[in-house]
Design a protein around this ligand. Structure first.
Ligand code: C2E
Ligand code: MG
Ligand code: MG
Ligand code: MG
Length: 284
């Protein structure tokens, strides 16, 4: 069909596929040296209390400053790092760097209450035998109290998780580390299953936040969020919402009882200094 439409569509499509494959291959082979060369950096996005907009903490989001392709987002390279196992040293670096940064903010804002740091964990890291030992090590070296760290695990990574997989998370939770279920509501998990998981925070997926932008809001969407929040609170879990882009969304989600929020409405992910200035602004 493409041929009869004239031109070199087939060739073009092939060339595009080739380019993608080369990039994929190129990125994969460049990953290990990228870590050695210090090409990764972290942006921080604030998490705020929905009640008063004050800063609750920040999520660490990794980026790759590639010498040819420029800044790449995690969706471009985290899956490759997962496939090649590089996610383990990369994840360890992110954890170490983010925890160090959080400790630094705390030291400069001793009056600002316990600032928290959220770090994403991918499934391979979850299965890694040194997860607990490495995390304890990073915390001890930095002097950050375990209660200031929140590890985010996607709901889908924990679907059908057996006790062997949950044990390290349980150990971390017993030490005081918060475990958050990221992208909650997209994974078709059994809600009753939540009781079994050592989690203390639900991060409601951005798709729900998007629904809160409609005028009027779909009553079924409202009921769903209301239901999730009330279930979460009855299990003593805090609810964070992702992807808040407007004041209307923020107000609705606050009225629905959500606890904390994250999104462009408050701040885009950015350099660590940004969090520093937000903390300064809060202190006034
Ligand atoms: P996530 O953990 O669900 O992070 C939230 C994503 O939503 C981030 O995308 C953030 O930039 C984006 N976001 C925040 N506020 C808004 C908003 O108001 N509107 C919209 N449209 N988007 C918003 P990002 O930085 O591209 O990260 C994508 C995913 O990559 C993350 O999703 C997380 O799963 C993964 N990731 C990021 N850093 C790491 C890391 O250090 N380790 C691992 N394993 N995964 C990471
Ligand atoms: Mg996350
Ligand atoms: Mg998320
Ligand atoms: Mg998400």
């Amino acid at each position: 069909r493409a041929k009869s439409a004239g031109g070199n569509r087939f060739e073009l499509a092939d060339a595009e596929a080739d380019a993608r494959a080369i990039t994929r291959h190129g990125l994969t082979t460049a990953l290990p040296t990228a870590l050695e060369r210090g090409e990764f950096f972290i942006e921080y996005q604030p998490l705020v209390h929905l009640g008063d907009g004050s800063v609750h903490g920040a999520e660490a989001l990794v980026r790759w400053c590639h010498p040819q392709h420029g800044v790449l987002g995690p969706d471009r390279f985290i899956p490759l790092a997962e496939d090649t196992g590089l996610i383990v040293p990369l994840g360890r670096w992110v954890l170490q760097e983010a925890v160090r940064q959080a400790r630094f903010w705390q030291a400069r804002h001793s009056d600002g209450g316990p600032l928290r740091i959220n770090v994403n964990l991918s499934p391979t890291q979850l299965h890694h035998p040194r997860l607990v030992a490495d995390t304890v090590d990073v915390l001890e070296r930095s002097g950050l109290e375990p209660g200031a760290l929140c590890l985010e695990v996607t709901e889908s990574a924990l679907i059908g998780a057996d006790e062997d997989l949950l044990k390290p998370l349980r150990q971390l939770a017993e030490m005081g580390v918060d475990i958050a279920l990221d992208d909650f509501g997209t994974g078709y998990s059994n809600l009753a299953n939540l009781r079994r998981l050592p989690v203390s925070v639900l991060k409601l997926d951005r798709s729900f936040t998007r629904g809160m932008q409609q005028h009027p809001v779909d009553p079924v969407d409202l009921k769903i969020v209301e239901g999730i929040v009330s279930l979460a609170h009855s299990l003593e879990l805090a609810v964070t919402v992702e992807g808040v882009e407007t004041g209307a969304q923020a107000r609705r989600l606050r009225d629905l009882g959500c606890d904390t929020a994250q999104g462009w409405y408050y701040a885009r992910p950015g350099a660590p200094d940004r969090i520093h200035s937000l903390l300064l602004a809060d202190a006034v």
